[in-house]
Design a binder for this molecule. Structure first.
Ligand code: IMP
Length: 447
């Protein structure tokens, strides 16, 4: 058995959905531990393309229990829509459980999200507009409403009345739902959600005691963590290994493996510093070839090259035990692949693993580049060879790239993904995983 946390190792959109889907064939529990409908996890079960926003990826697997953990902020109206769609598609195969402790995103939070972005003006963070920040604010401010309250109408009303008092920006706003409307809509949706609601934490403790395979599925990424990301250009939750413990209710020492997911290049949606961003033709080519548009908002993603300074930071922050490198096919045909191995900061210092704390300073670093030889295009013939022979059929230059990333981060690369389907994944055999150089003494390969 293993308890594995999967975390985004960049700015989100690293193809975590695909990797969790791939790993979930062995998982008995898949637990989403933070975030809400800001995520868009694209998977391709049975040749179909599906974007899951709140439901854990394990929901499409027979025999898998998919848990929405206490660390999430759940939009109940969007959740029932997602459940219905999945049922209509005949893909609701797993068992769904929703933690009583998860907080709710209400229609007021979405309005507040838009109002906050307007208020920030040119400093807007480019949120997904799903009400994430305001719902987490109310959680921290102790105004929030949780799943459990949906089933206690008198407590729900009292909490809604209090919460409404904090929403002065709604005054005079045409179309904003009244307290009575919100209350009756919530009670209606509660009936539909009720079969899934549970105290999920004791179930997960038992699963660990029984030696079950548990996957903790992160959304967004460590660099968007509210404490350790590029603040204030971050999301409002903890998409880190520590957040996996907090948001699932499992104790930290229960987590045995922490798998970081990184693309072979980088992308970012929304505002904020992005030291290795490629503007112009290079960025356009990556966007085009990688199909880099947001799964939730459809926004074009900013594109650039792999940043080892940020990746080393993420390794340390999460105690990554392994990496999965995704979308390596997108770089197929590039003559050379730039990788940032360090930064020169505005004060002239060279840094390799601790990015500047202030977003303003990170935006002004000068990347120090290494240029690695590119690899061939992933033609159907190359893909066929890979399907038959696995890792050793990867182009030689790509294997060198994989070893380089591993040596530079101190963490073995365990998986390489070269396409969106489950099958387009290569397991790096333990014998071929590069020995870490000792930066991360805790690093150990996945079994
Ligand atoms: P929020 O999470 O909607 O509050 O947005 C805060 C920041 O996180 C914005 O820059 C978003 O673009 C970014 N963000 C939120 N969710 C995702 C995601 O799933 N992938 C990538 N970026 C995200």
């Amino acid at each position: 058995m293993t308890i594995t946390a999967v975390v985004g190792a960049q700015f989100g959109d690293e193809a975590k959905g695909k990797i969790v889907d791939y790993l979930s064939s062995d998982a008995e529990y898949v637990v989403r531990y933070q975030g809400g409908p800001n995520a868009g996890h694209t998977i391709r079960p049975a040749g179909r393309t599906l974007a899951l926003h709140q439901l854990p990826v394990g929901i499409v697997r027979e025999g898998c229990t998919a848990v929405c953990g206490a660390g999430m902020v759940v939009d109940p109206f969007e959740l029932v829509k997602e459940i219905r769609t999945l049922r209509d598609e005949g893909l609701f195969h797993g068992k769904l459980l929703l933690s009583e402790r998860a907080h709710l995103i209400l229609p007021w939070h979405r309005i507040q999200d838009a109002w906050e972005e307007e208020t920030r003006g040119s400093e807007a963070g480019g949120t997904t507009g799903r009400g994430i920040g305001p719902a987490y604010m109310d959680r921290a401010g102790r105004w929030g409403i949780r799943v459990a309250e949906l089933f206690r109408p008198e407590i729900l009303r009292k909490r809604l009345q209090l919460l409404r008092r904090t929403k002065g920006f709604l005054e005079g706003r045409v179309g904003a739902p009244t307290l009575e409307q919100v209350e009756s809509d919530l009670l209606a949706v509660a009936a539909e959600l009720q079969p899934f609601v549970a105290a999920t934490e004791p179930l997960l403790w038992r699963a660990v005691e029984e030696g079950r395979n548990v996957l903790l599925e992160g959304a967004q990424s460590a660099l968007l963590d509210v404490d350790y990301g590029t603040y204030p250009f971050v999301t409002s939750s903890h998409p880190t290994a520590a957040g996996a413990a907090l948001g699932s209710g499992l104790p930290p020492q229960a987590i045995e493996e922490v798998l970081g997911i990184s693309k072979a290049y980088s992308t970012r949606v929304g505002a904020g510093p992005f030291p290795t961003e490629a503007l112009g033709a290079d960025g356009d080519r990556l966007r085009e070839r990688g199909g880099e548009r947001g799964a939730t908002t459809g926004r074009p993603r900013r594109c650039g090259w792999l940043d080892l300074v940020l990746l080393r930071f993420v390794v340390r922050l999460n105690g990554l035990t392994a990496l999965a490198l995704t979308k390596v096919d997108v770089l197929g045909g590039e003559a050379q692949v730039p990788v940032a191995v360090g930064y020169r900061t505005v004060s002239g210092k060279t840094v390799t693993e601790s990015p500047p704390t202030l977003a303003e300073d990170l935006a002004r670093v000068e990347p120090l580049w290494r240029f690695l030889p590119g690899w061939e295009e992933f033609t159907p013939a190359v893909k066929e060879r890979l399907a038959d022979e696995g890792y050793r059929a990867l182009p030689r230059e790509l294997r060198r790239f994989v070893e380089f990333v591993s040596e530079e981060t101190g963490v073995p690369v365990a998986l390489v993904s070269y396409g969106p389907s489950r099958e387009e994944t290569v397991v790096v055999p333990p014998g071929a995983r590069s020995r870490p150089r000792g930066m991360a003494p805790w690093a150990s390969p996945l079994p």
